[in-house]
Design a protein around this ligand. Structure first.
Ligand code: SF4
Length: 378
């Protein structure tokens, strides 16, 4: 059994030590967004404190030697309630950073005080102005937008910095500028943009005209360059890659081993690499989990997850196929396991609509913007 430690213990391409862990305090979500991938969001299955204690036993030593985060993700994590969330956070040491991804509808003054007391960093899901949030609805089908805005207003009243995560299902011309300008007014510090993905229980198509998606990303860069007040997650990744290519160090940018990014589900089961696979089963791959922290320490699960989990080995074969065939590999690193599974039905394929939308066309959009704004004579 491997001891918790910081060294990268090569496992056919996956690191033994993650940089963060995703925790699911409850499967329940109080919203019912049309594009959501979660299978059990209508039921309240709560994580017992014993699961958090087991995870903390591996995480605390990691956090003592390097920066380490726990990301509370749901369902809607705030639906677990403050008392339950505090009990789940208690086993983690003071070095561990806590983040929460929330739909913001439950945030009020009491939650803001909780975030301050627990030094919790907040990311809210919002898709732009009211008319772009049509997919974000309550369980009774009512628009959630006013409640989202009320939650964000509470964060601002308490001077709490926050990030925003937006899902874009129609990257039509004008949408990127609209989204960026909206986020400037919203007051977020960081913006992450996801082109809607076909995964989990969401079977809507994510195929788009390539030129439209490239244009979306190019337009987003242009909007950001006019007022670069928000950290734009995807654009910063692309610019970092472009700078590394120009400096001749692009090979150093990708980590030597994939971050396993373990997701610990409410019942203690651990799914590596893709939180979106948690809760699904397949006759070939079982429940996708690599173990359960209630019976095996997290560090031990990660030490041989690649060898013992059929689909992970298949995914690593797919990553090698990407490495040898895709000119975008140096930027992308081989894509996400869940996108391959839900789009291709297996893990050892290569291109997906997701990687076309969010890796290939992202990089092309950034380069298109650069080409269109070259100084004369350059
Ligand atoms: S862009 Fe797609 S095909 Fe290329 S490396 Fe990434 S996942 Fe693989």
């Amino acid at each position: 059994m491997a001891a918790p430690g910081r060294s990268l213990h090569g496992m056919r391409g996956m690191a033994a030590v993650p940089s963060y862990v995703v925790m699911q305090p409850t499967t329940l979500c109080n919203l019912d967004c049309a594009y959501c991938y979660l299978p059990f969001r209508a039921t309240d299955r709560r994580m017992p404190v014993a699961v958090a204690e087991a995870v903390a036993a591996s995480v605390n030593p990691w956090a003592a030697s390097a920066r380490f985060s726990v990301v509370w993700h749901g369902g809607e994590p705030l639906a677990a309630g403050r008392e339950q969330l505090a009990a789940l956070m208690a086993p983690f040491g003071p070095e561990v950073e806590h983040h929460v991804q929330t739909n913001a509808t439950l945030i009020d003054d009491a939650w803001c005080e909780f975030f301050v007391a627990h030094r919790m960093r907040v990311s809210v899901s919002v898709d732009g102005p009211r008319e772009r949030n049509g997919d974000r609805v309550t369980r009774s089908g009512r628009p959630a937008y006013d409640r989202i805005v009320r939650g964000v207003a509470a964060l601002r009243r308490h001077d709490l910095p926050f990030s925003a995560l937006a899902v874009v299902n129609d990257p039509a011309p004008g949408r990127a500028t609209e989204l960026y300008d909206y986020c400037l007014d919203l007051g977020c510090e960081v913006l992450g943009v996801n082109i809607e993905e076909t995964e989990g229980v969401n079977t809507r198509t994510n195929a788009h005209d390539p030129a439209v998606v490239t244009g979306f990303w190019a337009e987003l860069v242009a909007a950001w360059r006019r007022q670069p007040r928000i950290h734009l997650r995807e654009v910063e990744w692309s610019l970092r890659y472009a700078a590394a290519v120009l400096d001749g160090n692009a090979d150093d940018l990708l980590p030597r081993h994939l971050d396993p990014i373990p997701t610990v589900a409410y019942d203690g089961s651990v799914v590596v690499l893709s939180p979106e696979l948690a809760g699904f089963t397949d006759p070939r791959y079982g429940d996708f989990s690599s173990g359960n922290v209630l019976t095996t320490p997290l560090h031990a699960i990660l030490a041989d997850a690649a060898e013992r989990t059929t689909w992970v080995g298949e995914f690593l074969t797919g990553v090698e196929a990407c490495r040898s065939s895709c000119p975008y590999f140096g930027f992308c690193g081989g894509g996400h396991a869940a996108n391959r599974y839900f789009e291709l039905g297996r893990f050892d394929g290569t291109e997906t609509e997701h990687c076309r939308n969010s890796k290939i066309r992202l990089l092309e959009g950034v380069l298109e913007h650069a080409r269109n704004h070259q100084s004369p004579g350059a």
